[in-house]
Ligand binder design. Structure first.
Ligand SMILES: O=C[C@H](O)[C@@H](O)CC(=O)C(=O)O
Ligand SMILES: [Zn+2]
Length: 278
């Protein structure tokens, strides 16, 4: 388990490229037949991926001691979105078929969570966020049709995109986790611009659907003290509550956003005008 400490904005603004990447970037989300796990002290979110090939992968089998619990989801909830081929997630014996861009919410208290791909040639790629939880809400599969797609932006500002809200209060109950998937249309490069912060929540962006030559300049930092991190396919960036989170790609891309913290009000953002950015 890779542990990332919380970081103060006054510290973060002194970091160089390597140090920024070490604190905020998650370079490898998917490893064959394994789960990856990054534990952030910011709201204690856990971020990672599961990519089963020939065998099944059970998540969190070795982390009980580090988390001080007897099993992974003893005091946590889990959100998973599959960006790969068809797969299954078996939760305490109940099997859910999770196809491409389908999702599963797993409530607190589930003991045994087993991931599998239908075909090793086109493996499932399960991206997940996991957060502390105070109660159990039902485990539920979510399809793109449930995710109330919302298209916004304009080609003139290169930000025409569709936001799919998979895990928000309108779709299902969670303790604090929200997750969704935003897809940019061809020729559109900017996400989340005009940008925002939300003092009340932290957020993680996971960029994918990019070829090798494509990268995204992910914008971060306080609005008056911005920095960037160059992100490649299937990498994630941690955004503290004081940081903007926005990006511009060398070509279109897709990303998954996940938030934890104080509230679950999606529109509760502190918007930053372009004139105010530094
Ligand atoms: O707080 C909300 C998150 O930053 C994202 O949902 C924004 C986003 O997907 C977009 O504008 O493209
Ligand atoms: Zn946000």
């Amino acid at each position: 388990m890779d542990v990332r400490q919380s970081i103060h904005s006054e510290h973060a603004k002194q970091l160089d490229t390597t140090q920024l990447r070490r604190e905020f970037l998650i370079e490898k989300i998917f490893e064959a037949d394994q789960y990856t796990m990054v534990y952030s002290h910011i709201d204690r979110i856990i971020v990672g991926g599961v990519m089963p090939l020939a065998q099944t992968v059970t998540i969190g089998t070795e982390v009980g001691k580090q988390l001080g619990v007897s099993y992974f989801l003893e005091r946590r909830e889990l959100g998973v979105i599959n960006i790969g081929g068809a797969g299954t997630i078996t939760v305490d014996g109940q099997c859910y078929e999770i196809g491409t861009e389908e999702a599963l919410y797993v409530g607190k208290g589930a003991r045994d969570i087993v991931f599998a791909s239908v075909s090793a040639d086109k493996p499932a790629r399960f991206y997940y966020n996991c957060a502390p939880a105070h109660t159990t809400y039902p485990t539920k599969k979510i399809t793109p049709a449930d995710a109330s797609p919302q298209t916004l932006g304009d080609p003139a500002t290169s930000n025409r995109r569709t936001i799919n809200k998979y895990m928000v209060p309108d779709v299902l109950q969670t303790c604090q986790l929200s997750m969704g998937l935003t897809r940019l249309e061809e020729g559109n490069l900017w996400n989340t611009m005009p940008c925002h912060t939300h003092e009340r929540r932290m957020e993680v962006y996971f960029y994918f659907d990019m070829d090798e030559d494509t990268c995204v300049f992910h914008m971060m930092g306080q609005p008056q003290e911005t920095r960037h991190i160059v992100v490649r396919n299937e990498q994630a960036v941690i955004s503290p509550s004081w940081s903007i989170h926005s990006g511009v790609g060398t070509r279109r891309y897709t990303f998954i956003w996940g938030m934890v913290g104080e509230n679950q009000v999606f529109d509760d953002m502190d918007h930053v005008a372009a004139q105010d950015l530094r």
